[in-house]
Design a binder for this molecule. Structure first.
Ligand code: MF3
Ligand code: CO
Length: 223
């Protein structure tokens, strides 16, 4: 539904219906008074865009969709960014690809023997190595019986710090990337987070389970 002509509220309704049809609950709804079941964040909106009947998606828009569902007492949290129709330019396409790949670069370290900031560092190195910047003010997190658990999983930092990664941990790893500067601002609605310089932003997130080997991706990584 991330196509020209769709509204962000239509996406919200479709996602909420789907989640409820599976006898799950849309985790975001009423979380800290958030008014919807998804976040839809367009272009320079990094995260927490509130669905709106008046927000019509246009050709070339970068559309980030962030979803949480609670089922049988546990939360899954994931996000991805899509281009509506044809991309406006190559940089937008690269931004999406780099953001997505930075998640995979990070989770190479999501296994016993490493620490949380090893994930953080790998994401930052990959993103900055490709000429983009990582958002600092918002981070990934433990995920489980509630959406936000310890530990925090930043997308930047020196390696070798933070909690040791152990089998059985479940983490939401979620790089948020700006094509320009990483500084962000929150709009007066109290939710919408935008890049201060108006740069395009992208988001990619999955909930993962730490195993003895490669992490298991618990939220389906592709549509
Ligand atoms: N998916 C977001 C996160 O990773 C949470 C959305 S905030 C909410 O933390 F209020 F909308 F739930
Ligand atoms: Co999250």
């Amino acid at each position: 539904m991330a196509v020209p002509g769709a509204t962000t509220q239509e996406i919200n309704r479709a996602v909420e219906s789907f989640i409820r049809s599976k006898h799950a609950y849309p985790t975001f709804l009423h979380y800290n008074n958030y008014p919807a079941s998804v976040c839809v964040s367009i272009n320079d909106v990094v995260i927490h865009g509130i669905p709106d009947e008046a927000m019509i998606i246009e050709e070339g828009d970068l559309v980030s969709i962030d979803v949480g569902a609670t089922y049988d007492g546990f939360v899954g949290d994931c996000a991805a960014t899509f281009i509506a129709g044809r991309a406006a330019n190559d940089v937008d396409e690269k931004l999406l690809a780099v953001t997505r790949q930075s998640f995979y670069e990070g989770i190479k370290y999501a296994r016993p023997g490493y620490r949380i900031s090893d994930i953080s560092h790998a994401i930052q190195e990959y993103v900055e190595g490709n000429g983009f910047s990582v958002i600092r003010d918002y981070v990934g997190h433990g995920v489980g019986a509630v959406m936000h658990e310890e530990p925090e999983v930043p997308n930047f930092g020196q390696p070798g710090h933070g909690p040791r990664i152990l089998r059985g941990m479940t983490l939401a790893v979620e790089p948020m990337v700006s094509a320009g500067s990483w500084h962000v601002a929150t709009l007066s609605d109290g939710w919408t987070v935008v890049t201060q310089d108006g740069s395009m932003a992208a988001h990619y997130e999955n909930s993962i389970l730490i195993t003895d080997g490669e992490p298991e991706i618990l939220t389906v990584p592709e549509v």
